[in-house]
Design a binder for this molecule. Sequence first.
Ligand SMILES: O=C1C[C@@](O)(C(=O)O)C[C@@H](O)[C@@H]1O
Length: 905
Amino acid sequence: MAAAALGTKRTFAAMHEEDGRCHGWACSTPSSSEREQRASSSNRTCRSARPRIGADDIYASHLNDTRIPMPSNRSTPTPMPTEHPRSFDASASVVLIGIRGTGKSTLAVMASVGCQRRVVDIENLFQEATGFSTAKYRRQFGGPNHNLRQEEVLRTALHAHDQGAIIVCNGSSLERSGQVLLAEYAKTHPVIHVVRDLQSIHDHLRVWDLSKLQDLLALSGPIFRRCSNYEFYNISETRAANSVAPANQSTLPPFLTLKRAERTFLKFLSLILAQGNAKGNTPPLEPGFPLSDIRTELRKYTCAVQTPLSVVVSEDADIEDLEFGSDAFEIVIEHLDPAIEPNPSFQGMTTERAEQISRSISRVRRSTVVPIIYHVMPHAMASSGGDPGRSSYLDHVRHGLRLAPEYATINLALDENLILDIIRSRGSTKIIGHLHAPVDWYDSFWLENYEKAMLLGCNAVRFTRPANFMDDNAAIQSFRNRISQLPKTIPLICFNTGRSGRRSACFNQVLTSVVPESLRSAPDFATRVEANPETSWLTAREATHALYASFTYDPMQFYIMGASAGYSLSPAMHNAAYKACGMPHNFQTLQTTTLNKLQDLVQDPHFGGTAVSLPFKIEVISLTHSISRHARAIGAVNTLIPVRHLNEDGSIPEQLDLFHERNQAGPVMALYGENTDWIGIRACIRRGLSPANAVRPSSCGLIIGSGGMARAAVYAMLQLGVKNIVIFNRTYENAEKLVAHFDRLVSSPSNSPVLPPISRQGSQPVFRILRSREDLWPTDLKFPTIILSCIPTHPVGDSPAPEFTLPTQWIESPTGGVVLELAYRTLNTPLMKQVRGEAHRSWICLDGLDLLPEQGFAQFELFTGKRAPRRRMREEVLRAWRDDQGRPDPGMVQTRLEAIDDQEP
Ligand SMILES: O=C1C[C@@](O)(C(=O)O)C[C@@H](O)[C@@H]1O
């Protein structure tokens, strides 16, 4: 289904104007009576697409009437979980509600493109149905009539657009009857309350002063929360991700500013729409593939960095730095933390606290690819009946579930019914039953609680106890053994806390709690531990290091093999990553003209794997025992990993088992091949593609070249749903071979599982070949918006550098597009210069220095089974780059290093 927009108020082109602009009608701060006058005047002097007055003003007038002071620690009601089971049909329509200026319409357009859904704007439907804006209608016909009409429009729209839509509902649609309608709708549909920081809303609306707007938010927030089941904090993006912006270009394409917001929102949607195995029209996001394919709690020796809310909430918190080396990011809501609790005697869930939590989760989601664990510290009295601490605890947990974290903890000491209520309303969040108690590991208490957690439906348990002596570490092992002998188990996180508990924490296999390095070395660490004895003493790097120091893991040897591997930046990139993570591995270059050397490499028990470079990517397949479905579909391999344990029937184990045997030396029994080039290419295309060029059935892609990289490029396009792919190659016959390969792939039903639903729906992808640069662009195809140059940029053997540029008649796309030059040896190529010259027509260029880390992240994950330290790898690639004469380019490095902070994770 093509994405269509019903009553959308802005176009893509206007999306960027959301922020920071005076919209013309109310640039000053009028008094309430001035506002009324202005609204009732039929001759408004300032123009706007729609009047910016509505029920936000209804709330505001309420504020004016009653002058209710809105203290920021006012308790905010959280809906009872039984009202919101958060279980929906995969194509159930999604409603966005919130006051004006929170960015709902922009998010709706992003979601409509990402999920192939239509946008329905209630305000516009009202206008279509009545001929009046809501505000005008209210003035003309009075409040009661307006409310009746409003309810009617909302009711009809919710019913008519029950499936496949993104419904935008402004504050003005939310009179009491509208609230009831939405609360009812939320039982079967995601209803998302969109929130945003005060200043940005103020900048957008340009009405009232800040304190009045704050009061409005405090008043309207609880109302929106009551009739919604999810909440999305829309972080205002102020800077464009200029890493993909053409260098030396002063005006950046505005869409780049919204790239991160887009990714964060689509990730949020994919979480709330991912119910069971349903994969309806949810956004296709696979952050950090291939590891993201495997549930974190099933992987071995993973760690979760515990970061207090007070740290995450701080504006200058560097989330990527805090996350470093971890497999999950845990946000810890500490009770009565003076740094974030303005009134320590107040224990309820305040509006301010709710906002801090929502914003923190959005910030972490925006800057990392790892899952989020939401942990509310059980209050000392939280488990005892009737205690205000308990209701505050539950309010905090319920609020967390509204934000769709991947995991949330629940205090197993609570009453079973309360735990069950939380589990029933968890949506796609996995619940970790949590207990911290000073009870001996031999005590039946732990086993009983483990069984209780399992019976109640927890997805994992986390047991910790304060360790006083090293001996406690032996006791914990005996407990783990008892659990592993149970007929049915769920993942167990189990370790001793405190300084003496560190050893047991190192050998806990699932999501060991670690502390960010910056917190461990901070002067207040001791105070932190005193306030919260569950605070980990271990950093991710120490936990990793301990695994090698104890011979649980071994140092491994990695390579890059290729005819020109000598210039490769992969060794620098991977070695920097190992070092940063505390891994004793080594990555070295093997420049060779034959693949024979591979036989020697695999004799080494410490052989960890090899990157495969040109010209071996196709030939190497014959030396593998098994290759992934992606590598098979592409017909090329760029990553080999050793297999040390075969299944009983001699076959290669599943991916989870392959990951389990990483970092362990021993005889190599087989070789497994994967292709990570397509993952990197896909990531780069996504990064540079504007919403206006979002892939549609008519979108067209152009590929220059027909070697191994071109194959990966075609596959990346197919994965993104591109249905028209044109090849241009100097040697026509090679282009024909490439097309024959992919024609076979897309027409064979047995191959369909490798293609995503988006590629399988509708017509089959078609391939064309252009014979020469003089060829006109085929008239029945749109101009290409994705162009991938897969040819070398430097001289090869006797052939000079191709110095390729695009014929101007091929780059006529009215919305521009993205050009990716895959090679990185020569950077300022004629093609890159040409694309930069077209920047004013919205063309964006990326090069091999953008691509190398993207494919390298996946390679690092395959080699080590751990998440790649993305920023570190990106930085190292830039630092290590040299031109053909061995000269660095400090200017280029500096510009691009600065841009890394803005880059999507
Ligand atoms: O093509 C490339 C580039 C590369 O060969 C390099 O380091 O240059 C590394 C390979 O993994 C990748 O497939």
